[in-house]
Design a protein. Structure first.
Length: 412
């Protein structure tokens, strides 16, 4: 059996190759031979429960208004209710912790996407890709630094698919070398300070060293990819909307870039948020999105809110369709992409951070059910731990997890 790592060494090169059909016979647990991907989507203003969560549990549930949009994929997604993050509170301020699970009284660290990127990010040009469909503060490093997201999809397209000329490549290499030399100097000076400062400051300094090591690692990786041609795609660069109210266009662009990034194996990890504070250009919607989320049970507000949230599921259906229709080896991109849609608010109207809405799609999980748990009895991080294990990581915990998520099984 051909081993991809040996193949690369035998060919005398050190660059990671894109997915090739030749390797589709390798063991499923080998992350290099079977690319597995993660997409995390947060809806910071909540998801209207009555239109999303079924009343019935198990596999015989009746599709709700939102789920009816994607019901043709029922056997490839699972609805989960009752989960939350213990100790995470504060209403809107909790959104930065939705993918970290770190309690609000502790420093926020390592989100699920960035943690996984540290294990599988070496296989692609981009370790992870935080994007923004209106908002995104969801990616955090081990050192507690937020990873900024890109909101302009034309820039993302250029980074992934527009090649640099020789002059550009030289400039990139010069910049990498310049940054590395500066970091070497700063690190030497910082180390000289260590014996002279307090324990608390030494801890801060160690966090600083960690960020330097991570930056150096990324620079070295960037240097190795400079001369590797970027993939070519039969798709034009997206046109970013000039008006922030064009939330549908922004969401469509982000979903399109997500699909192209996964299809070309440019990255295997993407995170984004679906959000617009005020007006959205959606037929039948006249009030601001944020105000609608605080509907106060007003029927008119709820009607408009459902129109906004329906657009998320319509665009999500298109993304699911694209992933399912794309073959990769003996599987589809959807088979190899784990998708989580959730919110930091279980009830946007009253800012509750309990009983969060969750949709898990794709990947190697057995789907087709509504898993319901007693509210506040099971941490959302149990799902995150199950996801890490599905990627082949042998972690026994993540954030406040108490184990893997019961009732969620993987395919044999």
């Amino acid at each position: 059996m051909t081993n991809r790592r040996n193949f690369i060494k035998g060919a005398g090169v050190t660059l990671t190759l894109p997915w090739l059909e030749t390797f589709n016979q390798l063991h499923a647990a080998d992350a290099e031979s079977e690319p597995r991907r993660l997409l995390l989507i947060c809806v910071p203003l909540g998801i209207y429960r009555e239109a999303f969560i079924p009343k019935e549990t198990g596999s015989e549930y009746k599709a709700t208004e939102y789920l009816s949009v994607i019901d043709e994929f029922r056997d490839q997604y699972t609805v989960i209710s009752g989960l939350d993050h213990p100790g995470v509170n504060g209403g809107h301020s909790s959104e930065a912790r939705i993918f970290t699970g770190v309690p609000s009284n502790k420093r926020n660290v390592r989100s699920l996407d960035q943690y996984l990127a540290g294990h599988i990010g070496q296989h692609t040009r981009f370790d992870a890709m935080p994007l923004s469909a209106g908002h995104s503060i969801f990616s955090w490093t081990d050192g507690g630094t937020m990873v900024p997201a890109e909101s302009k999809m034309a820039k993302v397209y250029a980074r992934m698919f527009v090649g640099e000329n020789e002059s550009d490549r030289k400039k990139v290499l010069q910049n990498i070398g310049h940054d590395k030399s500066i970091m070497d100097l700063v690190q030497e000076q910082a180390k000289a300070l260590k014996p002279k400062i307090s324990t608390a400051d030494q801890n801060k300094l160690e966090e600083y060293f960690e960020s330097i090591r991570e930056t150096e690692r990324r620079l070295v990786k960037s240097e190795s990819w400079v001369h590797k041609p970027k993939p070519q795609v039969n798709a034009d660069s997206p046109k970013d909307p000039a008006n922030e109210a064009e939330l549908i266009t922004q969401l469509r662009n982000v979903c399109d870039m997500t699909y192209l990034a996964f299809k070309t194996d440019s990255t295997r990890i993407i995170t984004f948020g679906y959000f617009q504070q005020n007006k959205v250009n959606i037929p039948g919607v006249s009030n601001g999105y944020h105000g609608l989320s605080h509907h106060g049970q007003d029927p008119n507000n709820i009607t408009q809110l459902r129109l906004v949230e329906l657009e998320l599921f319509k665009q999500f259906k298109t993304l699911l369709t694209n992933l399912k229709n794309s073959k990769e080896g003996d599987a589809t991109l959807l088979d190899r992409t784990t998708i989580v849609i959730t919110s930091n608010l279980g009830n946007g109207s009253n800012h509750s951070n309990k009983d969060l809405p969750v949709l898990l799609a794709g990947g190697r999980f057995k789907h087709g059910r509504h898993l319901s748990f007693e509210p506040s009895s099971v941490p959302l991080s149990n799902l995150y731990l199950s996801i890490l294990n599905q990627f082949g990581l042998e972690d026994s915990s993540f954030a406040t997890s108490t184990g893997t998520l019961k009732g969620l099984e993987t395919k044999g």
